[in-house]
Design a protein around this ligand. Structure first.
Ligand SMILES: *Cc1c(COP(=O)(O)O)cnc(C)c1O
Length: 376
């Protein structure tokens, strides 16, 4: 059996090697390493795929979030509501810009931001909501947009984990994750669903003015060469990464289907197990399974992970510590117990290998090993 990995980038590469190698070689031959045609090609390809007017490539997902908040003109002291159950980057940029992160709990089924909790957290100082489409499916965007409209707030989608997933409105119409709020952000970190071979990120918007501002900020606040109108940053997607991403974008839907097939295999094996809860599928979103995350009940999670590791099956905990209990983010406003769902999840979830190259033999070995421990 092929060695099982959380994400098998090498096997994936071998299946698209000819296309990838050509893309990289073309950039080297052109020597247009920064802002070359490969970046424009990928940008346009992604705009088309997402059905959005503007994609602004940048250096990574964290920058995408930071630049977005800068472009929205958020000022120190402005409150930004986000989830307590996410990767740190979401809150990090809020804190770096001296905005005030306001954390709210999540839904125990989907792990996504709790709508009612957002509503309760809104104050006169609130300026933006940052829903995170965690593990590959969308937060309740239609309701969030309605709430934002009512209170005149910006919505910035952290779509680092759900690129390609479709949000389904009550009317039945659909939009791609990351294209519903005022701005959407994504990461092309190698292990993400659309990952490059280094760092990369992008910002999406349908707003022409915001797009202009975002492009200026990622490029040193420069409108006319060497004339800097606003304080910006240096955040670029390099041409080699763009060439790789352009190739992988062509496979994104096929990759999502492979992830879903692996998730279905896991679902079937763990269905109705009293000690495991399989991921809830939110009715208003397709799931692209950035992670396949189970909730455990009545057994020692770490003992299971250790036993899996002993059988060369990797398993991870996303995320073991809620944001409000992270050392750097300790805040007198928050204490243990404030976000009971997040806290319970961080003590009970674990994620199994999830990628585009899992074969039946590997999947069987994984589920047999999990069940052997859980049902003993
Ligand atoms: C990966 C990730 C980020 C950060 O992306 P980088 O490219 O690593 O900077 C931000 N938010 C979430 C939810 C992520 O999963």
């Amino acid at each position: 059996m092929k060695k099982i990995q959380m994400v098998d980038l090498h096997s994936q590469y071998l299946n698209i090697k000819t296309e990838i190698d050509k893309g990289i070689q073309d950039v080297i031959d052109s020597c247009a390493f920064i802002n070359g045609p490969a970046v424009k090609n990928f940008q346009e390809g992604l705009e088309k795929y997402l059905g959005i007017k503007h994609v602004i490539p940048c250096a990574n997902g964290t920058d995408a979030l930071q630049v977005s908040m800068m472009a929205l003109g958020l000022q120190p002291g402005d409150e930004v509501i986000t989830t307590s159950f996410t990767f740190i980057a979401t809150a990090e940029v809020i804190a770096l810009l001296k905005l005030t992160p306001v954390l709210v709990d999540v839904d125990p089924g989907t792990f996504n931001i709790d709508l009612k909790a957002i509503e309760r957290a809104i104050t006169p100082k609130t300026k933006a909501i940052v829903p995170v489409h965690l593990f590959g499916q969308c937060a309740p965007m239609e309701e969030i947009m309605a709430l934002a409209k009512k209170h005149n707030l910006f919505v910035l989608e952290d779509n680092c984990q759900a690129i390609g997933s479709d949000y389904i409105f009550n009317s039945g119409s659909q939009k791609k994750a990351g294209t519903i709020g005022h701005i959407g952000c994504t990461s092309f970190f190698p292990s993400k669903n659309l990952g490059c071979y280094g760092d990369g990120g992008a910002i999406f918007t349908n707003d022409d003015e915001l797009a202009k501002q975002l492009r200026v900020i990622v490029n040193h606040g420069m409108v006319v060469r060497y004339h800097h109108d606003v304080i910006g940053v240096n955040s670029r997607l390099d041409s080699i990464q763009a060439a790789i991403l352009h190739v992988k974008l062509g496979h994104l839907d096929e990759y999502a289907a492979k992830r879903r097939a692996a998730a279905d295999f896991y679902d079937k094996a763990f269905a109705n197990n009293p000690r495991l809860t399989t991921p809830v599928r939110y009715a208003k979103s397709t799931h692209v399974f950035h992670q396949y995350t189970l909730v455990t009940r009545d057994f020692n999670r770490q003992a299971l992970i250790d036993q899996l590791l002993a059988k060369e099956i990797p398993a991870m905990i996303y995320y073991p510590v809620p944001l409000h209990l992270q050392k750097a983010y300790l805040d007198p406003r928050y204490k243990p117990g404030d976000f009971p769902v997040t806290e319970a999840l961080s003590e009970s979830v674990f994620s199994l290998p999830m990628h585009t190259e899992l074969d039946d033999e590997q999947l069987k070995h994984i589920v047999t090993s999990v069940l052997e421990f859980v049902n003993r």
